[in-house]
Write a protein that binds this ligand. Structure first.
Ligand code: ATP
Ligand code: SF4
Length: 320
């Protein structure tokens, strides 16, 4: 079997606030194979964005990676210095941000924004090659060549998001992390941008981590699904199998809470509130809301184990 593109082991990312440490990502482990698209879902505050920022090594104080490994193609990202990490961003892993408007430079033409990242990585290109590459990138994200000479404010939200997609693939990285890439767009445009990302993923053989709330969209888009709750990984598996037969009670509730799969399936209706990550519950973090909890769940944290080939679960129902 080939090596996974990414192997995250026992990752811990905490935010040190006055009241203590917010355990936003706590002992999370998972692997991602080449060419696979994995969705990362969970209610608001479960640690998804923190996970994405940690992978990009873009956690800012008071946040800190306090333990674990993030091995991308043999390199532990946790151990790299800033300069080494800067070289890897874009060339080996890239992020499609949540809001394109905030990430694009409002006073720079699109062609320059597409080329700048490559020049920053010392890619040497003649003027002719630059024009050719910009046109190629625009074509890949279904934008017309005239966009090259435009400024961000001259583009619609969907077009701006396409530009950030083009930026992310400009150096053909192995891994793309997309943090709710279409959440600011209307539903029709969302689907179109998503289709473009899907097509590129297949064409370039990219591995993708897609972060989102929308289980309906995930069901149609990703190969594998990873479910986070209160900073911990609850379950990972093949998407269809997870929907068909969830093994973790939280995954089961998430799926049951969806009105109609095809509709915008934002989580709703799971009784109880998410716990404070400053002082998470002892034992299984989900025990305060779990309809299947029993004594052991309040005392002992379940191990994250491979319950079936390719299916990882943290629940005493599986291990006890
Ligand atoms: P959402 O779906 O709302 O984006 P999320 O699952 O991405 O949520 P995170 O944004 O990663 O969750 O947040 C995880 C936890 O870390 C939350 O409890 C949040 O309050 C906390 N957190 C995030 N950023 C900071 C920060 N800069 N300082 C302190 N706590 C933070
Ligand atoms: Fe529920 Fe216990 Fe499983 Fe946690 S370990 S999900 S509380 S049954």
């Amino acid at each position: 079997m080939s090596e996974p593109v990414l192997r995250v082991k026992n990752l811990k990312v905490y935010y040190y606030v006055e009241a203590g440490a917010v355990k936003a990502v706590d002992d999370v482990s998972f692997e991602l194979d080449f060419g696979v698209k994995m969705g990362l879902v969970g209610e608001s505050g479960s640690g998804k964005s923190t996970m994405a920022l940690a992978l990009m090594r873009m956690i800012k104080p008071p946040g800190k990676i306090v333990g674990g490994q993030m091995i991308l193609g043999g390199t532990d990202l946790v151990k790299l210095n800033e300069e080494q990490m800067r070289q890897l961003r874009l060339s080996r892993l890239a992020m499609i941000p949540q809001g394109a408007m905030n990430s694009l430079n409002p006073v720079m033409r699109i062609d320059k924004q597409l080329i700048d990242g490559m020049l920053d990585h010392n890619v040497i290109m003649s003027n002719e090659e630059r024009v050719k590459r910009v046109n190629e990138l625009l074509e890949m994200v279904d934008l017309p060549p005239k966009v090259a000479k435009m400024y961000p404010h001259e583009l619609s939200g969907g077009m701006q998001q396409r530009v950030t997609v083009a930026q992310s693939i400009s150096m053909e990285p192995d891994l793309i992390i997309a943090d709710e890439p279409t959440s600011a767009l209307d539903v029709v445009i969302q689907r179109q941008v998503m289709e473009t990302i899907n097509r590129l993923q297949q064409r370039l053989g990219l591995s993708v981590i897609l972060i989102g709330h929308d289980m309906g969209l995930m069901a149609q888009t990703v190969d594998r699904l990873a479910v986070m709750y209160a900073g911990r990984m609850m379950e990972i598996g093949e998407t269809r199998a997870m929907f068909h037969r969830p093994l973790h009670p939280y995954t089961e509730l998430l799926i049951k809470s969806l009105p109609v799969l095809e509709n915008k399936g934002v989580f709703s209706g799971i009784p109880g509130i998410t716990p404070s990550l400053l002082n998470p519950p002892a034992g299984c973090v989900f025990h305060t809301r779990c309809p299947k909890a029993w004594g052991l769940c309040e005392e002992t944290t379940p191990q994250f184990v491979e319950a079936e080939p390719g299916r990882w679960v943290a629940c005493h129902l599986i291990t006890a």
